[in-house]
Design a protein around this ligand. Sequence first.
Ligand code: APR
Ligand code: ZN
Length: 357
Amino acid sequence: MKAAVLTELNKPLEIRDDVGLVDIGPGEVHVKLVSSGVCHSDVSAQNGTIPVGTPCVLGHEGAGIIQEVGPGVSEVKAGDPVIISFTPACRNCKSCLRGESYLCQSLGPMFTPHFVIDGNPVMGMTGCGTFAEELILPESAVVKVDDDIPLGLVSLIGCGVTTGVGAAINTAKVTPGSSVVVFGAGGVGISAIQGARIAGAAEILAVDLVDSKLNMAKQFGATHVCKPEDLEGLKTEITGGEGFDYALECIGNPVTIRATYDAVRRGGTAVIVGVGRMEQKIEFSAFELFYGDKTLRGSMYGSANVRTFMPKLLRLWKAGKLDLENMVSQRIKLDEVNEAFRAMQEGEVIRSVIDFA
Ligand code: APR
Ligand code: ZN
């Protein structure tokens, strides 16, 4: 089958048509992809921000149909439509038992190669690898959806939408009438803006470098938009200078992470959604951390327990409260994934979605 493979860091993905799958094992499912979103984290894997071994089949935002299930699989069957979750939960570790399944790290399958190239086992990104026509996953890495759900669209829920909406609703816990600033209006940032709108924020400021992104942000619920250099003026206009109740960083840049902390009022909440590099540092003064009384939190996968949160997102979409359609800037074929990486890095698209049919 066809798959887009990272063979060397900082090199274009190789589109191969000789990629195989390992045999399906106990507790595993075989999924045929219908669509896959192209997320910035895929670019971050290509450039080494997110560590992956090579070769690696990239892609982690997908939806498809179960072809076959391995022994012991009870929750899904062949023919079921599913969204792929890139953090399969074991349900037994301390994180899962605390209700924080998005922090589960105990699943061996995450680290088990499911692809075969030239006779050698090959990993998929985050244990997935949705830039492939088919893949093998642990049962808990799929969330079954209703038969009428359009799988060409809801792959976005597999990463960006759950991450962004979840960061606003589950991590920041945005409250009605509050003020919110979102840094970065890509797939994740637009989702965070939608999450803040759904949560009832009174003002939502989107900050981005690219004018077209700022215009898009308004369609998704931003009440104000600005370039980074105009942030202080908008902060004064919207909050009287005090700072925002909530700030969400959806870029993964140390400068904007620092700006996210600075943008919130004393007692406010700054959430880091973007993924920066391991070696990058951010400086805080010892005094300001005490005096600000701020909450500074990371957000993994929107702090979402996907089995309950993804169905909720689908209901919000059905109710017309979550716009997925307009997040899809272009539909592409797997062969065009390198071009989609370029378009994303140039700020030209919110999401490119690969159609496998
Ligand atoms: N200031 C303001 N905006 C910026 C800056 C900056 N310094 N640098 C980049 N941006 C904007 C880009 O113009 C783009 O609109 O941030 C947005 C990032 O969007 P995408 O590239 O579409 O990335 P996305 O898929 O949304 O992911 C964002 O979240 O999950 C993580 O790994 C992911 O770190 C990445 C982040
Ligand atoms: Zn992603």
